[in-house]
Design a binder for this molecule. Structure first.
Ligand SMILES: Cc1cc2nc3c(=O)[nH]c(=O)nc-3n(C[C@H](O)[C@H](O)[C@H](O)COP(=O)(O)O)c2cc1C
Length: 160
């Protein structure tokens, strides 16, 4: 029997959101957007300013930006695809907030990310080391323009 998937994502400028929707379409899964309670402004995202909100959060491994909106139906999924933009070579802290808000026991969490070039390997390692009880099952950095066929071929391997 095919497993049930949920595609969760955080995206500020829309690149990861597009990928998440394409993955969900390709495998017939629902999407869930991780919405920050306080939206990120352009100033918040300025990585050249060490006092910007994103710089401060990424410098603090304990930062946990709050999430707003309806909860995700993680309970109803066997496989949770979790997507984000890479910030400072790793996952944004709001991904930690998300992972700490739900019970992932018995589920597989598959990461995907978009970035300006940085690979996903460090993000995977960082999250695996922080959440040793979650079953992370690899992940993929997605390139803008990835075809739905390519996304389906990748994502469907987790649904068997
Ligand atoms: C605060 C901040 C830090 C970033 N750090 C990196 C990085 O370390 N490596 C990289 O390749 N891209 C980095 N980027 C670029 C984003 O990962 C990239 O633009 C991503 O596709 C944006 O996704 P989104 O549109 O879903 O928000 C950073 C962007 C921001 C705003």
């Amino acid at each position: 029997m095919s497993k049930k998937a949920l595609v969760c994502y955080f995206s500020v400028s829309g690149v990861t959101a597009t990928m998440a929707k394409d993955i969900a379409d390709a495998i017939g899964a629902a999407t869930y957007e991780i919405e920050p309670k306080v939206k990120y402004s352009a100033d918040d995202l300025n990585w050249q300013n060490s006092s910007s909100r994103s710089s401060i959060e990424m410098n603090d491994v304990k930062a946990r930006p709050e999430i707003t909106g309806e909860p995700a139906d993680v309970d109803g999924a066997d496989v949770v695809f979790l997507g984000f933009p890479i910030w400072w070579y790793t996952a944004p802290r709001i991904i930690n907030t998300f992972l700490e808000n739900y019970d992932f026991s018995g589920k597989r969490v598959v990461l995907f990310a978009t970035s300006g070039g940085t690979d996903i390997e460090k993000s995977i390692k960082d999250l695996q080391n922080t959440y040793t009880r979650i079953h992370f099952d690899g992940g993929k950095k997605l390139n803008v323009g990835a075809s739905k066929q390519e996304l389906r071929a990748w994502a469907s391997t987790y649904l068997m």
